[in-house]
Design a protein around this ligand. Structure first.
Ligand SMILES: [Zn+2]
Length: 75
């Protein structure tokens, strides 16, 4: 992924997310896994931390979700 497509400015805790410019509308809405794009269900979805997105001079918050494959096991 090219750095020039990176549009997220966030306090990135945990796993870094793909640049939002590379995601589908469904991934941005948390309907699909933000990492691999599979369809999420209430059973498989994991809420990630809210991320800030800057578009022009406005800041939006989005709530990415992923499937459990990408979540490191908690000790
Ligand atoms: Zn996934």
């Amino acid at each position: 992924m090219a750095e020039s497509t990176r549009a997220t400015t966030s306090s990135e805790e945990g796993r870094p997310l793909p640049p939002i410019g590379s995601l589908t509308q469904r991934q941005v809405r948390g309907m699909d896994c933000v990492h691999c794009g599979i369809v999420l269900t209430a059973q498989t979805a994991v809420d990630l931390k809210p991320r800030l997105l800057r578009i022009a001079d406005r800041t939006f918050t989005w709530f990415p979700r992923s499937c459990r494959r990408h979540i490191p096991p908690t000790p």
